[in-house]
Write a protein that binds this ligand. Structure first.
Ligand SMILES: [Zn+2]
Length: 269
């Protein structure tokens, strides 16, 4: 298979997962059970009430395990496989934490994938920052301590540090096996620095095609990636249901459903 490009960077956002039924806070006015998102998705919120935060993320893990990758995730995973076989360098950067890319891909090679906002399928020791693959929902829908697998969060056989049900404190909050200190979701919260931004920028400045899929163009740093790639000489394409806020950074705009536009577009590269 021949490709027109030598190095491609893909960026995905909530729009690629919407048709899988993944809901975002924008659907709920930024509230969860009358708590502000900042109370369940910030370091301050975790310090104040770690049980509330784990109730929220346990529920998100259960919800994520009930949805499936859609045609857009699958087409992208297939494209990454084909590109790799043709020795075209490709990087997938996602803003999503829903694990659907990993699940569409099977074993997603780490070097080709950056989840800049973290993922629901990992936890981290608050003391030493050790990362664990974590499929547990520590609280159930009734917000009671529970021990449930959010099983479909992955099908990735290459996972390391898979966590057996850890010890928990009297409030039901999981404790890390390494330090017996609190575990937290490996999610980038409000006020925290996204993962892998330096690496992303480096790749963006040397790519010849940049494709943004399902991003609204108003969450930084990702909203600035198209401009970086374009300045470096890449062709830039946006695939989204509606015009994006950073639309001036794109040469090409494809408006429509991700499950239709993404497979169509990938056939042409
Ligand atoms: Zn530790």
């Amino acid at each position: 298979m021949e490709f027109r490009y030598k190095k491609i960077v893909f960026l995905t956002g909530a729009g690629i997962s919407a048709e899988s039924g993944v809901r975002t806070f924008r659907d709920t006015d930024g509230l969860w059970e009358n708590h502000r998102v900042e109370d369940v998705a910030s370091p301050q919120g975790f310090k104040r009430n770690p049980a509330l935060v784990w109730k929220f993320y346990s529920l998100r893990r259960l919800q994520a395990s009930e949805v499936q990758p859609n045609k857009a995730h699958v087409a992208l995973a297939d494209a990454l496989h084909s590109l790799e076989q043709a020795s075209v360098r490709a990087l997938l950067i996602t803003q999503n934490v829903d694990t659907l890319h990993e699940r569409a891909f099977g074993a997603l090679p780490n070097k080709n994938f950056i989840d800049i906002h973290g993922t629901l399928s990992r936890s981290r020791c608050t003391k030493c920052n050790k990362i664990f693959s974590d499929r547990w929902a520590y609280f159930n829908e009734e917000q009671q301590p529970a021990e449930r697998h959010a099983d479909h969060l992955w099908s990735n056989p290459s996972l390391t540090n898979l966590l057996s049900m850890p010890r928990r404190n009297p409030q039901g909050i999981p404790l890390s096996p390494c330090c017996s200190d609190l575990l937290r979701p490996d999610i980038v919260w409000f006020g925290e620095r996204p993962h892998g931004v330096e690496n992303a920028i480096e790749q963006l400045t040397s790519c010849d095609l940049f494709v943004s899929i399902g991003t609204s163009g108003n969450v930084y740093p990702a909203a600035g990636f198209a401009a970086v790639a374009r300045k470096a000489g890449a062709h830039t394409v946006s695939i989204n249901l509606e015009p994006t806020e950073n639309s001036a950074a794109f040469h090409e705009h494809l408006h429509g459903l991700a499950t239709e536009k993404v497979p169509d577009f990938l056939k042409k590269i």
